[in-house]
Write a new protein. Sequence first.
Length: 500
Amino acid sequence: MESFSLDTPLLNLPGYDSQWTVRNAVEGVQIFGGIGSGKTSGSGRMLALKFLSAGFGGLVLTAKPDEKELWQKYCQIAGRTDDLIIVEPQGEHRFNFLDYEISKSKPGVPPTENIVQVLKTVIRASEEKSSGKSDDPFWETALDMLLFNVIDLCNLAYGSVSVQQMYNIAQSLPSPDKKVAQQKTAFDIAMEKARQKVSPQIDRWENQLPTERLEEIKRNDFLYNEAASNDIPDARSMMLIDQFFMNTFYNLSDKTRSTIEFSFTGFLFGLMRDPVYSLFCSGDSTFSPEDCERGKIIILNLPVKVYHKIGRDCQIMFKYIWQRAMEKRDLKASDRPVFLWADEAQNFLHEHDPDYQATARSSRIATVYISQNLPNYHANMGGSKSDFKVKSFLGTLATKIFHANADIETNRYASDLIGDGFFEETSSSETASGQFSVSRSKAIKMDKIVRPEEFTFLKTGGDANRGKVEGYMHLQGNVLPKGLSHIKLVFDQEFKPKTA
């Protein structure tokens, strides 16, 4: 088995006897830079090529249409073309996320928990981006209960779970304002099938009970239901499903129920439409997250700029599944570092990112998030606590690179992060009354080592700068000598000067 050392150098830091290593990479990287600052073509390109050349596997999320071609070029340069797995419409690869989650459940345990966590994470990420509903604990609990009960009903009625089944059931849930349908709805059919599955189990259970005990508990509905649910797991599931749909959910206010239903069914509706359905909800999977442990690079070519919300949702869904898989992997079997790459990263954040990133180092996961500025994150991590969410998230990324930027908040954040230093200030005065005299004095004062306005003047590459991109790298820990935590770097773009 090929072994990978955390102390393998990836980047020599010029002017210092120091190196940026795999250990630094798996502690996370955040790159900030304004439009045209060279963040993708400068530091982003450099890190991508370093990761690929070092043999990392990885997952690439896409926001822009040209990212697939960009990574194909990176892999060609690094000799990794054969490791590419490109997931795209009309492509050769697909990933059935329900089958995958079911396969990862423990024997004898329904996969409900796994599936609920995946669906809830994506739905909440979407709601958080738009209006911050996720800050309401009641809404969150009600959505959880709906997800659990719809999935449990599918399992109990059909012995399987599919997007179509969940959608059909969720669309036909009973409510006081719905007229009685002349034909059985999808919900009615599922409940009937579930009861048909449970009834023989109850009959066998009754036949095994002593006659006196059976007569005793039958005189008290509470005792009977309690005994049956304790002895028959499916009976307990049926009882909980029935209580939820016919009492709890049925009696919610129209506005609350419709909001919860729409959040769930709206997401499922997006999954049922192609190209998403063909890529993530049907057929046999041709790849899995675990392929990255063997050095594969998975590119989800569903750019947000083209596929909008559903492209974003699907990538968040796979990202979350991938993160959980990488956290659970056995490093004794494979210690290959893997990377998670997201340009325009604000599009792909979800509520578990800070917790995931806090343990990414121990799982050898190198996260690289690229975004223009801090307000992007605030806008996409909505709700009343967005400031704390953003700070918590950024605090888990140990290396930060700041390119040219016109955003005041981001530049101030970078300047504060680099910190203050002592500077010698010289002043002089001159007098000419009676005789000419000059006096000079020196004083020590504290000021920002890199002032916020300096970030607006960094080189941005292109013809004007001969392909040179400047950026400040801030490092966590004792990487640099002399007590420094930052270094100014120059990154080379793939530059071809214009000819006359």
